[in-house]
Write a protein that binds this ligand. Structure first.
Ligand code: TRP
Length: 355
């Protein structure tokens, strides 16, 4: 699609409509919610520079799409986004995020008790780091939205990240589980707390999630991280790394990320582990990325045509022109289910800068 003359909202909504068709869901809720979360960035002409240097995507686009498929074939469409006010600043962005939670809570059945229990920890007067609160909207196969908020553990400075997250776990009655995670994924100096996230939907499956960036890690390091979760196979994590980044022994580019989910009853140990591989730093270009992801999907008995439909929803560009359209791939492991998520960039502002 030609973007000259268009706005960020027009481009990303066009992409989102295409993705809704791919996943087979009604577009109206997703498109409206995307406009809402983009906030002041929605109507901004693409000819102007990004309103704010959002870290959601490499080119400062404040939204990123992902499609999640589990091994039973169920598909979910997701949007990760940073909401932006008219005059962005760390303080104003945080205020806009809080306002968005309030406005969603007026219209949807949200469970805010966990958020209320920890929100102050992640909402200092002078937020530091790359963001304060991010959102994800997750649409199931009927197009019903679920909401998730990501908090920045570094919002009071990196030196306080551990204390902030530890306190949040404590308040949620999950202190033991945090120790388990620490034993498996916070042993190296290069293991850093990146996101603390909460599902906002009611019910016992509503998750607390912790993400740890494992800089300079090897497959062994993330297999060890997976060992915190009973009943899953860490070897699958090693195989995933090998298949998507063959020949990479140590991931010295953008880091591998480990995440853990805790649902009701997970007091001592998380019940789910996911590995996120920032594919764009470990491939020559998106054409190679596509080949590898196709192979992964086939091994999980997912029709790889899905990948081309996702790519075609977003761009018609030559895939060998650069890397970054396929930003991350993740593998989610729980004792009873495996799922793959493909994170795809809008490239509204030109995509990942090519080094
Ligand atoms: N752009 C950031 C990064 O790559 C944040 C981010 C967006 C991210 N989507 C993600 C991190 C998926 C891990 C997985 O780090």
């Amino acid at each position: 699609m030609s973007t000259t003359g268009g706005t960020l909202g027009e481009l990303t909504k066009h992409q989102l409509r295409n993705l809704c068709r791919v996943v087979g869901i009604d577009e109206s809720d997703p498109v409206r919610l995307l406009g809402e979360v983009l906030g002041a960035a929605d109507a901004r002409p693409l000819a102007q520079p990004p309103l704010w240097p959002s870290d959601v995507a490499d080119d400062a686009t404040p939204a990123e799409f992902s499609v999640q498929v589990n091994d039973t074939g169920q598909r979910h469409l997701r949007i990760l986004a940073e909401t932006l006010p008219e005059h962005p600043s760390p303080t104003n962005n945080l205020r806009a995020a809080r306002d968005l939670v309030d406005s969603l809570a007026d219209r949807y059945d949200l469970q805010l008790d966990k958020l209320r229990a920890v929100a102050d920890l992640f909402s200092p007067d002078e937020p530091q780091g790359l963001f304060s609160w991010w959102f994800s909207f997750i649409f199931d196969s009927r197009g019903q939205p679920k909401f998730k908020v990501y908090f920045n553990p570094n919002v009071r400075g990196p030196e306080r990240a551990h204390e902030v997250v530890s306190e949040a776990f404590e308040r949620l009655g999950l202190a033991e589980a945090f120790l388990t995670v620490g034993d498996h994924a916070l042993q190296r100096e290069q293991d850093r707390l990146t996101f603390f996230a909460l599902d906002l939907d009611p019910g016992p499956q509503s998750r607390v999630k912790l993400y740890i960036s494992q800089h300079d890690a090897t497959a062994q390091d993330v297999m060890r991280a997976a060992g915190a979760v009973p009943g899953i196979s860490p070897a699958q994590v090693g195989d995933f790394c090998k298949l998507l980044a063959p020949g990479t022994r140590r991931f010295t580019g953008r880091p591998l990320v480990s995440s853990y989910s805790l649902i009701e009853g997970d007091r001592e140990k998380p019940s789910n582990y996911s590995i996120y591989l920032p594919l764009r730093d470990y491939v020559p270009d998106d054409s190679a990325a596509r080949e590898r992801v196709r192979r992964h999907l086939r091994e999980h008995r997912i029709d790889p045509v899905l990948l081309d439909e996702i790519i075609g929803s977003l761009t018609g560009r030559d895939l060998s022109a650069g890397a970054g359209l396929l930003a991350h791939v993740s593998l989610r492991l729980s004792p009873d289910q495996t799922g793959t998520t493909v994170y795809a960039s809008s490239e509204a502002y030109g995509g990942t800068p090519q080094g």
